[in-house]
Design a binder for this molecule. Structure first.
Ligand SMILES: Cc1cc2nc3c(=O)[nH]c(=O)nc-3n(C[C@H](O)[C@H](O)[C@H](O)COP(=O)(O)OP(=O)(O)OC[C@H]3O[C@@H](n4cnc5c(N)ncnc54)[C@H](O)[C@@H]3O)c2cc1C
Ligand SMILES: NC(=O)c1ccc[n+]([C@@H]2O[C@H](COP(=O)([O-])OP(=O)(O)OC[C@H]3O[C@@H](n4cnc5c(N)ncnc54)[C@H](OP(=O)(O)O)[C@@H]3O)[C@@H](O)[C@H]2O)c1
Length: 465
């Protein structure tokens, strides 16, 4: 006789049609709406701004645009394009932010996704109930509030919105801004003739410092880093640097990183050859800093690289090595903090700039809540977000079952330890993923979850009562 079924392994098919709320209509919200639509799952998108595309839309009224005029994507088109929608062939390998914004707008139109989105509508709070989440939203046009229950919520609000600023002692008299506010060398601050300090050594820092030194008319540009970085060119051996890895994945990660670092040093030269500090880690152990311009500008004396800032002073900054640096303006390109203002911290807590998630998607404690693109990848995020959305849609439609809570918690802990082993300790790396490793892992997990679903094992999406 077959054993009685527990509530855990009841049939995977939900009895009633599902209705899912997707918060955010940037690239991640769009791929989620598409994945749900493909499986016939009803969804409503909520978007603060008037258009899709999220942070790529210059001048968007969402308050979330994070582009400067000269921004070009730093993940190549081949690595970033979505599976069902090729990038235009004539846009080059690293197109401008306008091309990226148009690509997502065209994608939304092609699959009629914009029709699913309530624009100018902000989600204020979500609250888990017995049979779903109550989503409270507010119209940004007339302030009208609305409360509705959805079977599930997908959070696709991005994590590059809230500036992270260093807590430095002292005060500085000149203009200061965060990279998210920078638009060009004249806006919002006219940098012409100024001695500028750019703090940070990520992609925002090197892009902004290079622009100010090359075309911005700054009198001098200093770049402050507390650990150095491998500054990688956009191309290597005639190909975009983020092309398929030539070192097979079966070679252990630490060895691959050693080989890549040695080969790169051999072909390109050490960072110190360009006047840059030697990084305190290998390639692949920090989020990549990509710039074909910076090494030449440092070598030409147009940018000077300095160490960590210890304190602000009226006419400049005091560096950690005790030196005083005369500067007139400071750009903090010090990254972002992960925040979810609509989530009660007792429900989902952001710790160390991340949320513990199984496969960077599923919070083990909340079976009706999912996250898309709450990850920092060493490559392009878009195909990753597409795969995550696909997994969510398969879970909702009963094709993919999650493992037990304990197994999810173990996997989360294993991932946390793997990140700590591999990456430089920094809040910017606490949800770092390697796209090749992750893609392979998620494909295996999908196969495992499909078997669980077929055999009524694991955790299926809770059916409506
Ligand atoms: C300057 C910069 C350059 C980048 N370049 C690259 C790159 O080259 N390659 C790459 O792969 N990644 C890059 N990234 C990472 C970037 O985060 C992704 O490219 C991608 O845009 C993230 O998309 P998203 O949809 O997750 O988030 P976003 O694009 O931030 O979209 C989130 C959307 O959610 C909406 N929203 C937020 N809160 C609410 C709410 N409460 N209610 C309703 N709507 C809400 C916002 O209005 C926004 O439209 C870059 C990031 C920055 C800051
Ligand atoms: N062209 C492009 O496509 C482009 C351009 C800009 C940004 N982006 C992307 O946008 C995302 C955000 O990039 P970002 O450069 O703005 O942020 P980021 O990647 O988080 O880099 C922040 C930098 O600031 C440093 N930093 C942080 N806090 C500091 C502190 N208190 N004191 C001193 N230094 C500090 C970090 O150093 P530590 O490593 O020591 O923490 C790091 O060098 C990334 O995904 C990036 O790839 C892409």
């Amino acid at each position: 006789m077959s054993p009685p079924r527990s509530s855990r392994d009841r049939p995977n098919r939900p009895e009633e049609p599902l209705r899912v709320a997707v918060i955010g209509a940037g690239s991640s919200g769009l791929v989620t709406l598409r994945a749900l639509a493909k499986r016939g799952i009803a969804a409503v998108g909520f978007e603060r701004g008037s258009v899709v595309g999220g942070l790529w839309v210059r001048g968007s009224d969402s308050g979330h645009a994070r582009v400067y005029d000269s921004l070009r994507i730093n993940t190549s088109v081949a690595a970033m394009e979505l599976s069902e929608f090729p990038m235009p062939r004539d846009c080059g390998d690293y197109p401008t932010h306008e091309v990226i914004a148009r690509y997502f707008s065209d994608y939304a139109q092609r699959f009629a996704l914009d029709r699913l989105v309530r624009f100018r509508t902000e989600v204020i709070s979500i609250q888990e109930g017995e049979d779903g989440y109550e989503v409270a939203s507010r119209s940004l046009d007339d302030g009208a509030m609305r409360r509705e229950t959805f079977s599930a919520v997908v959070v696709a609000t991005g994590h590059h919105h809230e500036p992270s600023l260093p807590n430095l002692p002292g005060s500085f008299e000149g203009p200061t801004l965060h990279a998210s506010e920078y638009r060009n060398p004249k806006v919002p601050v006219d940098f012409e003739g100024r001695r500028v300090l750019v703090v940070g050594f990520g992609n925002s820092a090197v892009d902004i410092a290079s622009e100010l030194a090359e075309r911005g008319g700054a009198r001098s540009v200093h770049l402050s880093t507390r650990r150095g970085a491998w500054v990688l060119p956009r191309y290597l051996l005639g190909r975009p640097i983020d092309g398929k890895a030539t070192i097979p994945l079966w070679i252990p990660g630490f060895l691959r990183r050693r080989i890549v670092t040695s080969l790169f040093t051999l072909l390109h030269g050490r960072m110190s050859k360009f006047g840059l500090p030697e990084p305190d880690h290998r390639i692949g152990e920090a989020h990549p800093t990509i710039s074909s311009e910076l090494p030449g500008l440092v070598r030409a004396g147009k940018i000077s690289v300095v160490g960590d800032v210890a304190a602000l002073e009226p006419g400049g900054v005091r560096l950690a090595d005790g030196r005083f640096l005369d500067v007139d303006a400071i750009v903090f390109a010090t990254g972002y903090r992960t925040v979810f203002p609509f989530l009660d911290p007792d429900h989902v807590r952001v710790e160390d700039n991340t949320v513990p998630l199984f496969e960077r998607i599923f919070p083990p404690e909340h079976r009706r809540l999912f996250f898309v693109a709450l990850a920092q990848t060493t490559g392009a995020i878009f195909p990753i977000a597409e795969r995550q959305a696909d997994l969510i849609a398969r879970h909702l439609s009963g094709e993919y079952a999650l493992p037990d809570r304990e197994e999810m918690l173990e996997a989360i802990e294993a991932e946390r330890r793997a990140i700590a082993r591999r990456y430089v300790r920094s809040p910017r790396h606490t949800m770092q993923i390697d796209p090749e490793v992750y893609t392979k892992r998620i494909a295996k997990e999908l196969a495992r979850g499909q078997r669980r679903a077929t055999h009524h094992r694991g955790l299926s999406f809770p059916s409506r009562p």
